[in-house]
Design a binder for this molecule. Sequence first.
Ligand code: AMP
Ligand code: MG
Length: 269
Amino acid sequence: MNTTQALIPAGGMPVDLQMFDPDYHGDYGKKSARAEEKALEQRLADLQERLYAESRQSLLIVLQAMDAGGKDSTIKKVFDSVNPQGVRVHSFKVPTAEELAHDFLWRIHQRVPPRGYIGIFNRSHYEDVLVVRVNDLAPRAVWQARYEHINDFERLLTDNGTRILKFFLHISKGEQKERFRERLDRPEKHWKFSRGDLSVREQWDAYMQAYEDVLTCCNTHHAPWHIVPANRKWYRDLVITRAIVAALEAMNPQFPSAESNLEKVVIPD
Ligand code: AMP
Ligand code: MG
């Protein structure tokens, strides 16, 4: 089993998800992982404030996973120290009639974070080469062309000052079963369960193949994919927080320079 989370950018071997262990957690236990993540969250809050103040670049975080993979709880956990004013979350659902009347990136482009913001996509344009492909919602030739469309689109965003980080939350089929079970056992979690999730579960292997193609074809230098071992929530959160902090540190946002002679300002009564 491979223990790395970050992929080698494109041009490499096709991705085989069997080589990535969803249970991997390094030398960490729950306590040490949570402690380190908490410390990183402070750093994240700091960097986010700078990004907002600087207002020249943006960060786009893409989250993809199978049902119960932990997209919602990742957002809740990783961003709980960050000022909500500077963060925009969008969950992409089944496209509306209006959205379907446009190209598949139309609705996505509108949700890209403006300068100064962190944007989080809970599902994304990748659904158009995942659910669409697995369920034959578009002809093969249509979805096949999309890998290149996506790479070009992400390049456009990058060239315009948006840094892109993509995370595949990798859980095992057994872990999904346990999480579904938990949803069924707890009345306050029933709203999260739908019978339709079981039919998607039956297509597990087809989805894994579709994900492997995404991870192979759209893992670029400018917009890398991270395969996150996600069976352990605390390790998942640590890996993602760490990657986001590293990206923001590399972006190095700066507070804008202040007006001159502020020390001479007199505030009138
Ligand atoms: P949830 O994230 O559980 O609220 O579910 C959203 C649903 O919308 C999932 O079943 C997705 O597969 C579906 N969905 C998102 N984007 C698309 C798309 N482009 N085409 C078809 N279904 C989509
Ligand atoms: Mg769901």
